[in-house]
Design a protein around this ligand. Structure first.
Ligand code: G
Ligand code: G
Ligand code: MN
Ligand code: NA
Length: 254
C-alpha cells in the first residue's frame, strides 16, 4: 500500500491530530497566538512528519479534505477553549497552495466561521511566500476576501522568495513570518542579522508585524529582540503541544 493510499484513510481512522505551538509577544512576554501543526500517527510506522506527507497530500489532492479537516478541527478547538475560559489568543492555520488557489477557500472559511460561531479575529491564516508569488493577482484578491471575513493573514517562510516591497505593499497582509533559515544563525552571522533587520524595517514601514520562527536559544532571542522583532515562535518558549498541554500553557502564560 502506498503512503498516499494510507493517507487517504488517515482522517477516517482518526490517525491525524493537531498540535499547537505558542507564539510569544516580545513586548508583553505573554502569548500572542498559536500555530496549528498537523501530525500523523501511523499505526505501523509511528509518527510521520507533515514535511513528508503534506507534499504527498498536495500532489494527490488529498490536501483539500485534509486541509478542511484541519481548519474545522482547529476552529472547533478554539471555540471549545473560549467556552471553557481559556485565554482568547488566535489560532493560525497553514493553508496549502492547492487549497488556496485550487478550491473556494473563501467559502470554506466563511462557512466554518459561521457554523462554529467563533469570532473571526481568533482565526489567522498562514500562506507561504511561494504560494503568494504563484499567482499574485488572485492571491491579493483572495486575501482581501478572507480579510473581509475578519481573519488575520500572515506570509509564512518570508525571505525565501523574491517578494518586492511594492508587491508586499499591495497585499492585504497583517504579518510576516521570517523564515527559520535566517533565524538559525541570526546570532552568529552578520548577513543573517542584516537580512532580518531589513525585513523588520520594511515590514514596520508597511505597518506589518514580524514574527520569527524556530527560535531555540538565548543568542537568537537577544539578536531578534535587538532587531525589533515583535513576536517569537520556537522551542525556546515552547515546542508544539497537544490540545490539553496547550490549554494548560495558555492558562499559565496567556
Ligand atoms: O510541524 P513541522 O515542522 O513538522 O512541519 C513541517 C512542515 O509541514 C512545515 O513546512 C509546515 O508548514 C507544514 N505543516 C505543518 N502543519 C501543517 C498544516 O496543518 N497544514 C499545512 N498545509 N502544512 C503544515
Ligand atoms: O513551515 P512552517 O513555518 O509552517 O512550520 C513551522 C515548523 O517549524 C513546524 O514544523 C514546527 O514543528 C517547526 N518548529 C517550530 N519551532 C521550532 C524550533 O524551535 N526548532 C525547529 N528546528 N523547528 C521548529
Ligand atoms: Mn506556518
Ligand atoms: Na514557516
Amino acid at each position: 500500500l502506498t503512503l498516499e493510499n494510507q493517507l487517504r484513510h488517515a482522517i477516517g481512522r482518526g490517525e491525524l491530530y493537531l498540535n499547537y505551538q505558542p507564539k510569544t509577544d516580545l513586548r508583553s512576554g505573554g502569548v500572542a497566538g498559536l500555530e496549528v501543526l498537523v501530525r500523523w500517527k501511523h499505526p505501523e510506522h509511528g509518527s510521520i512528519s507533515p514535511a513528508e506527507f503534506i507534499p504527498i497530500a498536495e500532489e494527490s489532492g488529498l490536501v483539500v479534505p485534509i486541509g478542511e479537516w484541519i481548519l474545522r478541527t482547529a476552529v472547533a478547538q478554539r471555540r471549545a477553549w473560549s467556552d471553557a475560559g481559556v485565554p482568547d489568543v488566535p489560532v493560525a492555520v497553514n493553508l496549502s497552495g492547492k487549497q488556496f488557489l485550487g478550491t473556494d477557500v473563501v467559502a470554506l472559511v466563511g462557512a466554518v466561521l459561521r457554523e462554529s460561531g467563533l469570532p473571526p479575529r481568533l482565526l489567522e491564516l498562514e500562506l507561504t511566500e511561494s504560494i503568494s508569488m504563484d499567482d499574485p493577482v488572485r492571491t491579493a484578491d483572495l486575501m482581501r476576501q478572507l480579510r473581509e471575513l475578519g481573519t488575520t493573514l500572515s506570509i509564512d517562510d518570508f525571505g525565501t522568495g523574491y517578494s518586492s516591497l511594492s508587491y508586499l505593499k499591495r497585499l492585504p497582509v497583517d504579518k510576516l513570518k521570517v523564515d527559520r533559515s535566517f533565524v538559525l544563525d541570526v546570532h552568529q552571522s552578520a548577513e543573517s542579522l542584516a537580512m532580518v533587520k531589513a525585513i523588520i524595517a520594511m515590514a514596520h514601514t508597511l505597518r506589518l508585524e514580524v514574527i520569527a520562527e524556530g527560535v531555540e536559544n538565548d543568542g537568537q532571542l537577544a539578536a531578534l529582540r535587538s532587531a525589533g522583532c515583535d513576536q517569537i515562535q520556537g522551542d525556546y518558549f515552547s515546542k508544539p503541544l497537544d490540545a490539553d498541554a496547550c490549554a494548560e500553557y495558555l492558562r499559565k502564560h496567556g
